[in-house]
Design a protein around this ligand. Structure first.
Ligand code: F3S
Length: 401
């Protein structure tokens, strides 16, 4: 790669050991992808977690004096104090999480602990070059906002935040932002759970690629787009997609494919969505807990839960959890939603990912969630996956049938 004088100095250690380690990683990635140069970024989002691999790299940079040069937000870990009060958490696990959170503070990251930073704490602008990791974040930023990012790891995104640059390859180049597969949506998409199933199906079908979706006649809501992004980039590796007319970068199918529209396509009818839904279920009947907020719930979704729970009581045998950002919870509290949910027996937790050891207590229990990503990562004993209304109704009744 051709490096600038400043980048050479970083690589030579003149900006400190931490920055040197960060740029070493970026140069290695750039070399692997035959990138010719680095390009400046406006912001980054590191998909941090309370796990050993993450701890190693962020402490390596922090101990070497690295500081983020551009706004760099963080993914959820868990609210250690809160969960210590609720459950037994092995002390070595809690120590890893504590050290991760401390190290991100030392490198000057925005301590958002949220998987939707692109909505509030660290919002890219159209046309910006950024380095965002996290399943929903990468496709949302590329497709809905129209900034450019590769499908970063926590480490490469943090390194980019420290160096303020990223290697120029992949989705930072127009020719690589070309659609690869045509998806004809014939199913009627009623709500955000249908977008969840659509994302799950598309990711499973195409694996790695850039789908171009046609047949969607109503503008999808923010939550519907988030769900499509999170699920297609979990069941598959979908860093970008097009819904011509609704996503920003291409107004027509031809534009999305850069003139090269494929003759083959994948058709999605109600039958495919139904089959996708059936495949996600491992049980029905009595449930032990409901887990919502993977990705983190928005204010609108928290409001919806409060509305559905108004005047009701969650069944005594069911624990009810919603994960959301601190920003969302603050507003939801102010607006009375948190009081309604807590009065019904539910909990809204901040800073927390469902894929963390704080939930180990539920390992052998039967869970219900509206997120296939949650079901996949938590590997509960058994799981029911259904839309929000069904989750709330089952929480009140203690069972899903
Ligand atoms: Fe967010 Fe963790 Fe789910 S980062 S999307 S709550 S797996």
């Amino acid at each position: 790669m051709n490096l600038t004088k400043e980048e050479e100095k970083m690589l030579g250690g003149e900006f400190g050991k931490g920055t040197q380690k960060a740029i070493e990683l970026l140069v290695a990635i750039g070399d692997a992808y035959d990138a010719e140069m680095m390009i400046p970024i406006a912001r980054a989002h590191a998909a941090s977690s309370g796990q050993e691999g993450d701890l190693y790299f962020v402490e390596l940079l922090a101990s070497g004096g690295a500081k983020c040069r551009v706004p760099t937000s963080t993914n959820p870990v868990y609210d250690i104090e809160f969960f210590h009060r609720m459950f037994e958490i092995p002390s070595d696990e809690a120590e890893v999480a504590r050290r991760v959170m401390e190290a991100y503070k030392r490198v000057g990251a925005i301590l958002s602990w949220s998987c939707l930073p692109y909505l509030t704490e660290n919002v890219p602008l159209f046309g910006e070059t950024v380095a965002f990791s996290e399943s929903s974040a990468t496709p949302y930023v590329n497709s809905v906002i129209g900034a450019t990012t590769n499908r970063e790891a926590a480490q490469s995104a943090l390194a980019a935040g420290v160096v303020g640059r990223t290697p120029k390859y992949g989705l930072h180049m127009k020719e690589n932002r070309k659609g690869t597969v045509l998806i004809r949506v014939e199913a009627t998409l009623k709500d955000s759970f249908d977008y969840t199933l659509l994302g799950q199906f598309v990711g499973e079908q195409i694996g790695y690629g850039i789908p171009v979706l046609t047949g969607i006649t109503r503008r999808p809501s923010t939550e519907e787009l988030i769900n499509f992004c999170a699920m297609s980039n979990t069941s598959g590796a979908v860093s970008m997609f097009y819904i011509p007319g609704f996503t920003v970068e291409a107004q027509t199918v031809e534009e999305a494919f850069q003139g090269d529209v494929p003759t083959d396509n994948i058709t999605v009818t109600e039958a495919e969505l139904e089959h996708t839904w059936e495949e996600l279920q491992t049980t029905s009947g009595k449930i032990d807990f409901v887990m919502l907020g993977c990705p983190h719930y928005t204010l609108k979704q928290v409001e919806e839960v409060a509305r559905l729970l108004e005047g009701k009581k969650i069944h005594g045998g069911v624990s009810f959890w919603i994960c959301a950002s601190a920003t969302t919870k603050t507003l939801a509290k102010r607006m009375g939603y948190i009081d309604t949910i807590e009065k019904a027996g539910g909990n809204v937790v901040v800073d927390t990912c469902i894929d963390e050891p704080c939930w180990t207590v539920y390992k052998d229990k039967v869970g219900m969630t509206d997120s296939p990503k949650c079901a996949y990562y938590r590997r509960f004993k058994d799981v029911v996956v259904a839309g929000l209304e069904d989750c709330v109704e089952a929480a009140v009744r203690g069972k899903y049938e």
